[in-house]
Design a protein around this ligand. Sequence first.
Ligand code: G6P
Length: 614
Amino acid sequence: MCGIIGYIGNRDAYSILMKGLQRLEYRGYDSAGIALINPNNELYVYKAKGKVSDLEQYVKDKDVSGTLGIAHTRWATHGEPNDVNAHPHYSQSENLALIHNGIIENYAILKAELMKHDYKFVSSTDTEVLVQFIEYLKTIHNTDLVTAVQMALSQVVGAYAIAILEKGNPDRIIAARKSSPLVVGIGNDEYFLASDATPIVEYTNQVIYLDDNEIAVIRRHEGVKIVSISNVEKSPQIQRLSLQLSELEKGGYPHFMLKEIFEQPATLRTCMSGRINLEANNVALSGIIDNKEKFLKARRIIISACGTSWHAGQVAMYLIEELCRIPVTVEYSSEFRYRKSILYKDDIVIVISQSGETADTLAAAQMAKQQGAFLYGICNVVGSSIPRLTDAGSYTHVGPEIGVASTKAFSAQITVLILMALNIAREKATISEERFLTLVKALNDIPNKMKKTLQLNDYIKDFAKIFTYARNFIYMGRGYNFPVALEGALKLKEISYIHAEGYPAAEMKHGPIALIDNEMPVVVIATNKGTYEKIASNIQEIKARKGKVIAIVTEGDQMVKSISDYCIEIPETEECLVPLVASIPLQLLAYHIAVIKGHNVDQPRNLAKSVTVE
Ligand code: G6P
């Protein structure tokens, strides 16, 4: 969480930084700030509670000149969102200004120590402690800033991506990272720094991804020098970005979330492209093929993820157990990393993460690797921290997902997991050739079924109006549709702020059914395969208690339709592929309810897209 950006070059830094902050706003949006060194070599810091647009208002009549600066958009961890806690933070002498993404875990000890040396603190943040600590070390050791940064970071416990400006030094930015992402962009005699490549792509496609414990010293006209915290110089690895600027725009949609929902037929095609070969009746995922033996020998698969990615993992459990006959457990990364988990060398750990930066999933991956498990990643952001750590993996290739509530990344994660399962199952001969071909053909046809489902948008928009009154929602499904219910409930919570819970339908009678009354909307995913008859009985139980049933059914359904209050019909497909189609009406329902309620669907309150703190 938190977005950081920096610029040094020949252009006006302010406009580049503000535009960049807007691109990074998905990472945090409770306050923002900027530090600039003006042509008179004065260091200025401006900060404001609220969005980047509030900062823009605030600086309207201020001096924002200069060709060097850093800026930050915050998702509060230490200290409430307000002007004072916003970044950048000054050191005591106001000679240094620092921005930070991450958490300094030992800040309280450092702060107490600094207070003994008469350092005063104005904010409640861990970040202010870090900048004061750097200044303190610089002063007492009478050393240069880079050395002081190295000294400070070697004593700091936690995660950080930082950037620092120094008064009187208008030609240098110092940046560093550990467990929080940082990218340096290399332009024509100008340099950029950002939490991800989205603010950089407009200016250059040459980037360097910093590794943990690396410090970048970026000097005007001289370039980028990378040194480690222990002062070992490294040669920068310049990479080429494949990101397109158009992928970062709304393309005529009112919100990124709606654009991303509608992009799904196309993103799924891209995700499958080169991986399904219908003529040759083949599925080939290079990460699986290159590590075939490992998957054939695997005693079990452990999936670790957070949020929506965890729900994709739940779908994978049904898939892999059914098709590959390998036992699967699905773990919340935050629990898995701290539990005394037992891992064996022939275990495979799959980590799923859209951003590739989620702190808990990254730590779970590190833990699995240390314990010797084979580590496979399913991520979207190319070059992010998790894919750089894993032994092998597959990208989802859906392009940037900007809406905080995940949609197209979810369907692509499931698609990659289906391709994986099909690939392994065929190698293991746990699937018949006929069934394999049926599933491959059906998967290839999913984008068409998604297109058809998206035509329900206007119907769902109208229908959403009925439910804006609701304060609670229940979502139910069984089998493959249980994770769909969980994901539907999460989407609603995230953007409409309506309390919603997902349950395996048969579990209702063990407690949640007590919540049902004539005001409770219950969304039931009751497509025509698997436990269809059983879920129809569960619906009867809800109706007997006067709950309002909204059923997602297969086109042409009669039975469930006749006992439900409202019905959304989706095209028929194979049972294990239903989540790809059934999620769409749930995404649209959450979206429209949130829009009607007047919420900011792309940047819901308290949330952030990339959760780089644990
Ligand atoms: C945040 C996002 C969710 C996402 C989760 C996991 O909570 O708001 O949309 O599912 O993080 O993120 P990841 O990038 O690891 O998939």
